[in-house]
Write a protein that binds this ligand. Structure first.
Ligand SMILES: C[S@@+](CC[C@H](N)C(=O)[O-])C[C@H]1O[C@@H](n2cnc3c(N)ncnc32)[C@H](O)[C@@H]1O
Ligand code: SF4
Length: 385
């Protein structure tokens, strides 16, 4: 029997409000009405963290991620209060990566100074596109000039680790337009670019009423291939399905998710995954989704939407669902220490994947091939119980 050894630990903090809900977005985000209850929400976050602490006693936090929603709606003092409370309760690694998601429509110079002082050392901007017509169709609250000036303000304030989120296969977008978006992004010299294909998610306005002119699968594939080449030429190496980074600037927080690392998730609707060496199991825990219900119940068992110990038979699938997104691959030894299972549990599926030239393996180390990367979902399915 292999031994499950708890992997690195991250902390995810969900801040659920936005200025307005974008029609394509299925995140747990809510248009804020009137003055937002920052203080009450932070009290709830702290109570939530206190409740989860026994799951991670003594462990070191290697990264923190403020996600949303629009975390940049929270003023720097609020972010500082959250980070102070978290670092008083948990041991942070000396160089812990601390990211804050930012909507360019909420930027001000003083805010960026304040976030830096609060301890944030990485910003992730939701840019989506630099085409004003596209931004309008996406229901964004900013135009391209505001997006550029927000990134420059952050750089002036001293942020040197910046991600830009872009989406492609937008309504009416052709290859030249997607290319133009990347060129404007490169001009801002970010350290990281996330390049997502626009997807029509159930329970969104776009799903109910798709906008006209969304590129079909072939056109979207052409855009993706072309953009991958441009990103590589500009020095952004792809390391995950949608993630590209300059050398040494991969997102440590997301990498930990994709490597089947552990994370505490606090806040409305936040999900956590925690391995227990003592219990030899992996627990998933999630919190109530609605901000008000979360605030009303935080710190009590009623705030927990569910606790689920992952069945051993599902662990290979859950592990591969994450690891196979990454270009770097995985070792059988790592599989064993993160799941507590013997490599024999995946030997048959690895054999099939290798036969189909989806994965190549040597000395217990496996990597997806180009073909495997194109059919990630099919590869992952081989590991279903
Ligand atoms: C939580 S949001 C980022 C921060 C902030 N809320 C914003 O939008 O500016 C995370 C990112 O997911 C991407 N995203 C959201 N919905 C998507 C969809 N339906 N298809 C593809 N990408 C999507 C967007 O690029 C977005 O910036
Ligand atoms: S994309 Fe970002 S700003 Fe728009 S609704 Fe979703 S979380 Fe809010």
């Amino acid at each position: 029997m292999s031994t499950l050894i708890p992997p690195p630990l991250s902390l995810y903090i969900h801040l659920p409000w936005c200025v307005r809900k974008c029609p394509y977005c299925d995140f747990n985000s809510h248009a804020g009405k009137g003055a937002l209850p920052f203080d009450a929400y932070i009290d709830a976050l702290i109570a939530d963290l206190d409740q989860d602490l026994p799951l991670v006693w003594g462990r070191v936090v290697s990264s923190v991620f403020f996600g949303g929603g629009t975390p940049s709606l929270f003023p720097p003092e609020a972010i500082a209060r959250i980070l102070d409370a978290a670092s008083a309760r948990l041991r942070f690694a000396p160089n812990a990566e601390i990211t804050l998601e930012t909507n360019p429509g909420t930027a001000e110079h003083g805010r960026f100074d304040g976030y830096l002082k609060a301890g944030v050392n990485r910003l992730s901007f939701g840019i989506q596109s630099f085409n004003d017509q596209a931004l309008h169709k996406l229901g964004r609250i900013h135009d391209s000039a505001q997006a550029e000036s927000a990134v420059k303000l952050a750089q002036d304030a001293g942020f040197d680790n910046i991600n830009l989120d872009l989406m492609y296969a937008l309504p009416g977008q052709d290859l030249a337009a997607a290319e133009h978006d990347l060129q404007r992004a490169f001009a801002l010299d970010p350290t990281h670019i996330s390049h997502y294909q626009l997807t029509l998610e159930p329970n969104t306005i776009f799903f109910a009423k798709p906008p006209k002119g969304i590129p079909d699968e072939d056109a979207a594939w052409d855009i993706q291939e072309h953009c991958q080449m441009m990103l590589a030429d500009a020095g952004y190496a792809q390391y995950e399905v949608s993630a590209y980074a300059r050398a040494g600037r991969q997102c440590a927080h997301n990498l930990n998710y994709w490597r089947f690392g552990d994370y505490l998730g606090i806040g409305a609707g936040a999900h956590g995954k925690i391995s227990s060496g003592a219990e030899q199991h992996v627990l998933r825990r999630w919190k109530h989704k609605h901000p008000q219900t979360f605030m009303d119940t935080a710190g009590t068992p009623a705030s927990i939407g569910g606790d689920d110990i992952i069945d051993a038979s599902r662990l290979p699938f859950e592990y591969m669902l994450n690891l196979l997104r990454l270009h770097e691959g995985f070792s059988e030894r790592d599989f064993s220490s993160r799941t507590g299972l013997e490599p024999a549990a995946i030997a048959a599926a690895l054999g099939q994947a290798s036969q189909r030239v989806w994965l190549t393996g040597k000395d217990g180390f496996w990597q997806p091939t180009e073909l495997g990367r194109r059919f990630t979902n099919d590869v992952v399915e081989l590991f279903l119980p």
